[in-house]
Ligand binder design. Structure first.
Ligand SMILES: Cc1cc2nc3c(=O)[nH]c(=O)nc-3n(C[C@H](O)[C@H](O)[C@H](O)COP(=O)(O)O)c2cc1C
Length: 203
């Protein structure tokens, strides 16, 4: 059988979600998927980025990562979206990318039937981890996607404590062992479900 194609599409200003995205990409690869790790285009003005040294450094450090394109969605059997919380919602950057998908969506469900999952980071513990992931879920419903959350289906989920998707509190510093392991697990689960669907569909 053809391997699963997994796209990890994310936005990150200061590196937290980027670290989770890399861990997700590694998890998907270990699960046997072909992987595209893609950042969505930055929309903030350069002066806003330059005013924040951590943001400017992260932008420089990830300059080589390819930007997400609509073809990545068409190509993928499983898509994991990562975004920092902005007032309890996804960032404008990830939303702007999503809002370019209208043409695909109109073409008879070209975004449908794929596996979707989401991860996030916040500044504070109750700053909107679940609401951000659930907001991305609204999009997946409209696309006719198959939403695959991690739930409590692996021991690492009891350590992480978020069944909706991997999340991390940026105030605690960069994601440590548990969120990175959880991101890898979330991607593996998405790939495993996509593989089962692909096998069933093309057998
Ligand atoms: C405009 C703005 C709004 C934010 N809103 C929230 C929020 O509602 N809740 C929260 O906990 N953190 C909030 N934050 C903090 C970010 O979520 C946090 O810096 C981010 O998760 C770090 O991820 P990154 O390192 O990948 O950029 C906000 C940050 C900005 C700039």
């Amino acid at each position: 059988m053809e391997p699963v194609n997994a796209a990890i599409i994310y936005y990150s200003s200061t590196g937290t979600v980027h670290a989770l995205a890399v861990a997700a990409a590694e998890g998907a690869e270990k699960a046997g998927a072909r992987v595209r790790l893609r950042k969505v285009p930055e929309l903030a003005p350069p002066e806003a980025i330059d005013a924040n040294p951590a943001w400017a450094r992260h932008a420089r450090d990830t300059a080589d990562i390819a930007e997400a394109a609509l073809d990545d969605l068409v190509w993928a059997d499983a898509v994991l979206f990562g975004t920092p919380t902005r007032f309890g919602n996804p960032s404008m950057q990830i939303k702007a990318f999503i809002d370019t998908t209208g043409g695909l969506w109109r073409q008879g469900g070209r975004l449908a039937g794929k596996v979707y999952s989401a991860f996030t980071s916040t500044g504070t513990a109750h700053g909107g981890q679940e609401s951000t992931i659930l907001a991305l879920g609204n999009v997946f419903y409209h696309w006719g996607g198959i939403i695959v959350p991690p739930g409590y289906t692996d021991p690492v989920q009891f350590e992480l404590g978020n069944p909706y998707g991997t999340s991390h509190r940026a105030a605690d510093g960069p994601p440590g062992e548990v969120p990175l392991k959880a991101a890898g697990y979330q991607a593996r689960r998405a790939v495993d479900v996509a593989a089962a669907l692909k096998a069933g569909r093309f057998a």
